[in-house]
Ligand binder design. Structure first.
Ligand code: GLU
Length: 289
């Protein structure tokens, strides 16, 4: 691959103002592309329209520009592409890999208690499969009642499908670890869409990275476990496989990692306190040069 084709992205969700952890991640991506003459993309991951806010989108643009970053246009905003995510869902549905799940959180907790089914994944207890095998008639009846539902990926069917296609096991290349073997079952039957939203983080992120020709994914360590599912989606949908690098998460003086709730660490508040872009960059541990 020519270095000129190297494409990276910074993909924040506009559910709060950017903090120092975001700046660190954005700069690692930006500099990786710049020194190679590659492409740096900014993507607004606003698929969760209930939690995303226009002022946070504007805040992302303003903070990154203030720090001196430049990104290619147009900026992809996920909320403008629901039909594309729906088409990918339709494809997975036609492959027989999805099922509607009508469980509430409370149903799931009760079933876990009742059955003693307790495997935990990186995001908590795995879905115990209540709706995996309900009959077509039952599904139709629930939908006719207009009940809320999530669309889940049937992990075992996905693995069986890839085995039959001679595409299993799956690996990806990861900085610091070399080739990693995907273990998507460790996350269970993940949610790929909801009744009102045809797409979830896992679906939108893999589809967009493919569509935008992202070659290198540089993001926080907190998302490393999701790569197991993203690699599975790439195999099911015949997408290219980027190279992955998951960086350490920045922590504040109290040793806790920065989060959106820490107002004092937002770039906006540091700007308002009169810090310069170079001073803010230095706070991430990176050289401002
Ligand atoms: N939108 C995600 C976030 O803000 C990042 C997605 C990714 O880098 O894969 O945490």
């Amino acid at each position: 691959m020519s270095e000129k084709n190297i494409t990276v992205r910074f993909a924040p969700s506009p559910t709060g103002y950017l903090h120092l952890g975001h700046v660190y991640s954005a700069l690692l991506n930006y500099r990786f592309a710049k020194v190679r003459g590659g492409h740096f993309l900014l993507r607004i991951e606003d698929i969760d329209t209930a939690r995303s806010r226009p002022e946070y989108v504007e805040g992302i643009y303003a903070d990154l520009a203030w720090l001196g970053l430049e990104w290619e246009q147009p900026v992809r905003r996920q909320s403008e592409h629901f039909p594309v995510y729906q088409a990918a869902l339709d494809k997975l549905e036609a492959m027989g890999l999805l099922y509607p799940c009508f469980c509430s959180r409370r149903d799931i907790r009760a079933e876990i208690r009742r059955s003693g089914f307790a495997p935990h994944g990186p995001e908590g207890p795995l879905y115990p499969g209540i709706c995996r095998n309900i009959s077509v008639a039952e599904r139709l009846a629930k939908k006719a009642e207009d009940a809320p539902f999530a669309v889940r990926l049937n992990l075992q069917k996905c693995i069986d499908y890839l085995r039959a296609e001679n595409k299993w096991p799956l690996t990806w290349q990861e900085d610091r670890f070399g080739f990693v073997t995907a273990d998507p079952a460790a996350l269970g039957d993940v949610v790929l869409a909801r009744k009102e939203t045809p797409g979830s983080y896992h679906l939108a992120v893999t589809l967009d990275d493919h569509l935008q020709g992202v070659t290198h994914i540089i993001r926080g360590e907190d998302l490393r476990h999701t790569t197991h599912i993203h690699r599975l989606m790439q195999a099911l949908l015949d997408y290219h496989v980027p190279h992955y690098s998951h960086h350490d998460l920045l922590a504040g003086p109290d040793g806790k990692r920065f989060a959106k709730r820490d107002q004092s660490a937002t770039i906006r508040s540091l700007r308002e306190r009169g810090l310069s872009p170079a001073e803010v960059i230095r706070m991430t541990g990176l050289d401002p040069a």
